[in-house]
Design a protein around this ligand. Structure first.
Ligand code: MG
Length: 455
């Protein structure tokens, strides 16, 4: 049985620090297992801009062609672009090389289903079993796969957005928005210039070179957006946008230079979508309750799932949701595809601004206002985060709780949520309340409880 050390293996794939957990050997094995399961046939491979991307890419190529899969090489591309390319009926699957918002020494494989969604937990477990048991279907010498370069994926993705009936491109173009965009030297620089140009926006870019040398911490949360905030004010822009390295998360900065908080990306996009097409919304357990208020005002309803894109996507597909996403800036618009997508998020927000004829700060102020505090506790490898959460659950047996994912303690107009991360060795603690100080108090109290249970 193959040993897998220092890796985070989850429903969304396998992550590790390059050279420590994530070696070429690991990438080859997962690619062989993936191709043995879904192949033979063409598999789309895209990557973000990380400096380690080539090492992982060539290992994956080797693994895939050894089991008879052709590689459709789309190069550096956003995660949602690779998802959309994978959906094409002639492709049997897709692999994304990205550690999303993790620090730059990390990298990861995100494995897709033939439909372009992340693998379901069952399919993910099947791949892992193949790796552990070394059950590969190697192709004979004359049936090796080929590498097929493809340069159309980014334009295909953008054209699919432009065709969405909910968008009125002329209305957006008339506003001639001035936008500052922070791409963090990730994959955003490969797609956002075309998007803004097509929408007749004047765009000023910070860090658009896809080098993988992230100039800021790559998670697009307010404390990492100081440079963007200053640039928005300096350039007198209408809006600031920040994306993470694989461009599935989007954060907004107002024309006054204030980060709106990534929860409000989904809130704004949802407010616009529900105003046009009321219906069901799907989001995860720790996303802002502003969504519930917005849905109620539009004769709509919010359904909650565990955290993780695949849970949201599967539920959205099952109930034919009109809108979906995660509060971390992950906008998912089902008529386009069931993946978090910063590009469609930008388009929906610009459409909302074009329609409202008001600055973004005013549109934001018109939404239900809550403050969220997000914190985390790092654990050494080997500590069972889920067991700690289970102990907490026992201690709160008499409180009102929601167990959709981890433990969420419910108060009259606030909540605090504690869960083991799927992607990093940490416990996340989040709270939402009408004011920041109330939310902070809830987080502090719960962190103390977690620390008391941590060996
Ligand atoms: Mg990401």
């Amino acid at each position: 049985m193959t040993a897998l050390k220092n890796l985070m293996i989850s429903v969304s794939g396998v992550r590790g620090i390059v050279g420590d957990g994530l070696t070429p050997d690991v990438a080859v094995k997962f690619a062989q297992a993936y191709g043995s399961t879904f192949g033979p046939g063409p598999v789309v491979v895209g990557r973000d801009s990380r400096a380690t991307g080539d090492m992982v890419k060539y290992a994956i190529w080797s693994g895939l062609i050894s089991v008879g899969c052709d590689v459709i090489d789309i190069g550096i591309a956003p995660t949602p672009t690779t998802q959309i390319a994978t959906e094409k009926h002639e492709h049997v699957g897709g692999i994304i090389i990205t550690a999303s918002h993790n620090p730059r020494e990390w990298n990861a494989l995100k494995l897709l289903s033939p439909e372009g969604l992340f693998l379901s937990p069952d399919a993910g477990a099947q791949i892992l079993r193949r790796v552990q048991n070394e059950e590969y279907r190697f192709a004979p010498w004359d049936k090796m796969g080929k590498i097929i370069p493809s340069t159309t994926a980014i334009d295909d993705h953008l054209q699919a957005i432009y065709r969405l009936p909910i968008l009125d491109l002329e209305a957006i173009r008339k506003r001639r928005f001035k936008i500052v965009a922070d791409c963090c030297n990730g994959a955003g620089g490969t797609i956002l210039p075309q998007l803004f140009s097509h929408l007749h926006c004047e765009a000023i870019f910070l860090h658009p070179e896809p080098t993988g040398f992230f100039p800021r911490s790559p998670e697009p949360i307010p404390e990492h957006l100081t440079e963007l905030s200053e640039a928005v004010v300096k350039h007198n822009a209408d809006l600031g946008v920040a994306v993470d390295p694989d461009v599935d998360r989007l954060a907004l900065v107002s024309e006054k230079g204030l980060p709106l908080g990534e929860e409000y990306t989904l809130a704004m996009a949802t407010a616009f979508v529900l105003s046009q097409t009321p219906g069901d919304v799907v989001t995860n357990a720790s996303t802002t309750r502003a969504l519930d208020d917005i849905a109620a005002a539009n004769n709509s309803r919010v359904h909650r799932t565990p955290v993780g894109e695949i849970h949201v996507a599967m539920k959205a597909a099952a109930i034919k949701a009109v809108m979906a996403g995660e509060g971390n800036g992950g906008v998912m618009y089902p008529p386009l595809h069931l993946g978090r997508d910063a590009m469609v998020g930008i388009a929906l927000v610009l459409q909302l601004l074009a329609r409202s004829q008001a600055p973004v700060s005013q549109v934001h102020a018109g939404l239900p206002q809550y403050a969220m505090v997000k914190d985390k506790i790092s654990l050494p490898f080997g500590v069972d985060a889920k067991a700690i959460v289970a102990r907490l659950d026992e201690q709160h047996a008499r409180d009102e709780v929601d167990r959709t994912d981890g433990l969420k303690l419910l108060h009259a107009n606030a909540w605090v949520h504690v869960r083991a991360s799927n992607t990093e060795p940490i416990i996340r603690v989040m709270a939402e309340a009408p004011s920041r100080s109330e939310a902070q108090k809830l987080v502090d109290a719960l962190k103390k409880e977690v620390q008391a249970l941590t060996p």
